[in-house]
Write a protein that binds this ligand. Structure first.
Ligand code: IDP
Ligand code: MG
Length: 156
């Protein structure tokens, strides 16, 4: 079971609706580890690069104006099979088809305003992580708090 990193974008609708915290809480509660976390504003060039597979679609101009309308939050999370795990947590693109319990299924009724982007394959994840994060913005860290707590609390 491979430990993977995947890229997540919390879209402008998530910021506007005050749902950044609840969405991140779900990722953390699932056991995924935060490796990178920042707020940024997408520009058209970056949007064209990120959504290259959609340039030319009739909805694309609307998607660009949505994605560049407010800041977004970009995250890299890590965990066992994280790419598939996070995609499954998101649910399908059209949130009306997403099951309750998924992020899109619980927070959206829209195809476009669907709260979250997540990389769709390991290969895409590697490209997308590098698109949004420099190496020194990624932190690979150990869950040491349990060990530290046990050691600290032993001292009377
Ligand atoms: P994904 O986000 O589930 O991977 P993609 O097909 O890669 O879906 O599309 C990227 C984003 O473009 C979607 O999350 C959604 O915001 C938007 N989008 C995709 N299809 C449509 C559409 O038919 N109408 C409006 N927006 C769309
Ligand atoms: Mg996609």
């Amino acid at each position: 079971m491979a430990v993977e990193q995947t890229l997540i974008l919390l879209k402008p609708d998530t910021l506007q609706r005050g749902l950044i915290g609840p969405v991140i809480a779900r990722l953390e509660a699932r056991g995924l580890q935060m490796v990178g976390l920042k707020m940024l504003k997408l520009d058209k060039a970056k949007c064209d690069e990120h959504y290259a597979h959609l340039v030319g679609k009739s909805f694309y101009p609307g998607l660009v104006s949505f994605m560049t309308s407010s800041p977004i939050v970009a995250l890299v999370v890590s965990g066992p099979e994280a790419v598939k795990v996070v995609r499954d947590m998101c649910g399908p693109t059209n949130a009306r088809n997403a099951m309750p319990g998924t992020i899109r299924g619980d927070y959206s009724l829209s195809t476009q305003y669907n709260v979250i982007h997540a990389s769709d394959s390991l290969e895409t994840a590697q490209k997308e992580v590098a698109r949004f994060f420099k190496k020194d913005e990624l932190f690979v860290w150990e869950r040491t708090l349990d060990k530290l707590t046990a050691a600290a609390d032993e001292k009377k």
